[in-house]
Design a protein around this ligand. Structure first.
Ligand code: BES
Length: 461
């Protein structure tokens, strides 16, 4: 197939320019959760619009209540249609002191073994991954003047901060966005050599809880033990969330959580997951989840409750004998199978309210909700993608589960009736959401080549 060979050759000869484009994107500080960076989020959307127009897409940044959504169409092909989704926003960078470099000044690091990685916030999650798809489109257009499939690109700017605007946008633009299949590049490979298609994603329910006690901070000697301490109330709520076996104690939490189907368990067994290495890579060794469950189950098929942040009282240098008036925590639940995020939010709030004394007040704020999702792997687009990935990486691509969440995936299924192929080239050690995020140069190069092949496969009926 000489066309594909020419496209792959075009990718190879334009890699340096592709890195330059990715670096320009990585320099934009598109931290969606922090209003201080709203202009940078807009700049990022505008950057994508300009770039997509340069390769012949009709692209626009569409206004929302929050950050703009980028939509681009390429109608050069009339065959099968695909909707590629990615996000241009990134996670906050703090604690900044733990970075070895400026998070927004990307560079290529060469390691002693000669391997190379792009270092920057968003290099892996998700700017580098998004650009693998866009660069593949660029190469197809450069070589053949068109794409093998009718392609729509949808780029969100709020994925990392709850994604409030997207569900409504999908509803109001359903006819414009609906395609035969969805493609997302925001997941991991199985390992550095083995490509993977992720067939399930966990859902998410985010909650912020604030306990208000006295109407001012108090001297802990004058008032200690007489006045309610919100830190103590909060700590009690948070510690009651799990029992001694690591199970979540909120009533009804496990409703809709079946045991892993035998076929899936058998398939996962063939992956030979190394739990000790997984924990060892982050300096740990003792699985902290439900007793009696494997680590792979814990992260792929069991729900979680995690405390993502907590604060209250004096946390500056030295010491201060104070009873604070306020304490708060951010709590998230990863959901599996048929768990209902709204039911869980309600149950959590009831659980917390019961533990708040009558003279104190509790407030809740919502931070996103999305259901878990699983895709049938028998569909044609999954087989074609697997073949394309296997051809590029020289070994069979595997079907895997996964612990993270990409809320749009369930929305695409519910609102547009679309299945989504999740194929990504990130690695477990990419430090996404952490200081010193990186994306392997090989992930990028072979990722671009992989999408070039996937587009070709999908274009064949
Ligand atoms: N790319 C990640 C999720 C991911 C990572 C899925 C690795 C599979 C493998 C995504 O960008 C992400 O971080 N999502 C957030 C969503 C949340 C803020 C609503 C997450 O999972 O925490």
């Amino acid at each position: 197939m000489p066309e594909l060979e020419a496209v792959l050759a075009n990718i190879e000869s334009n890699l340096d320019a592709a890195y330059e484009r990715l670096f320009a994107l990585l320099r934009i500080r598109s931290i969606s959760t922090d209003p201080a960076y709203a202009q940078e989020c807009r700049a990022c959307a505008d950057w994508h619009v300009k770039d997509l127009r340069e390769i012949g897409f009709e692209a626009e940044a569409r206004e929302t209540q929050g950050h703009p959504i980028v939509v681009g169409h390429d109608r050069s092909s009339t065959g099968r249609s695909v909707l590629f989704y990615g996000h241009y926003d990134v996670q906050p960078v703090d604690p900044l002191g733990l970075w070895d470099h400026d998070p927004f000044e990307p560079f290529i690091e060469t390691r002693p073994d000669g391997s190379r990685a792009i270092r920057a916030r968003g290099a892996s999650d998700d700017k580098g991954q998004v650009m693998t798809f866009i660069e593949a489109c660029r190469a197809w257009k450069a070589v053949t003047g068109k794409l093998p499939v009718a392609t729509t690109i949808l780029l969100e700017g709020e994925e990392e901060s709850g994604g409030a605007s997207l569900p409504g946008f999908l509803e109001t633009h359903a006819d414009e966005l609906r395609a035969d299949i969805g493609l997302i590049c925001d997941t991991n490979m199985w390992d550095a050599k083995t490509p993977a298609i992720q067939t399930m994603l966990r859902g998410l329910c985010g909650e912020e809880i604030t306990i208000h006690a006295a109407d001012r901070d108090l001297h802990s000697g004058f008032y200690g033990s007489a006045a309610a301490n919100p830190n103590r109330i909060l700590a009690r709520i948070l510690s009651d969330l799990h029992d001694a076996d690591g199970r979540v104690t909120i009533p009804g939490f496990y409703d809709g959580v079946p045991e892993l189907p035998d076929a899936l368990r058998a398939q996962w067994d063939t992956l030979n997951f190394d739990a000790a290495a997984f924990l060892g890579a982050v300096g740990l060794s003792v699985p902290a989840g439900e007793r009696g469950r494997s680590v792979l189950e814990m992260v792929w098929s069991r729900p979680t409750c995690e405390i993502n942040g907590m604060g209250g009282g004096y946390q500056g240098a030295g010491f201060k004998t104070v009873i604070p008036s306020v304490a708060s925590a951010k709590v998230s639940f990863r959901l599996v199978f048929d768990q209902d995020p709204h039911a869980i939010r309600k149950a959590f709030r009831e659980f917390a309210r019961k533990r708040v004394p009558s003279d104190c007040k509790v407030e809740f704020a919502e931070h996103g909700a999305g259901r878990a999702i699983r895709f049938p792997i028998e569909a044609d687009a999954f087989a074609k993608t697997r073949d394309a990935l296997s051809a590029e990486w020289g070994r069979p691509a595997v079907f895997i589960g996964g612990g993270g969440s990409i809320p749009v995936t369930a929305e695409l299924k519910q609102k547009l009736g679309m299945d989504v192929v999740l194929a990504g080239f990130a690695l477990d050690d990419d430090r996404i959401h952490s200081p010193n995020e990186k994306y392997e140069l090989e992930s990028f190069r072979r990722g671009v080549r992989s999408w070039a092949r996937v587009l070709q496969e999908l274009g064949q009926h």
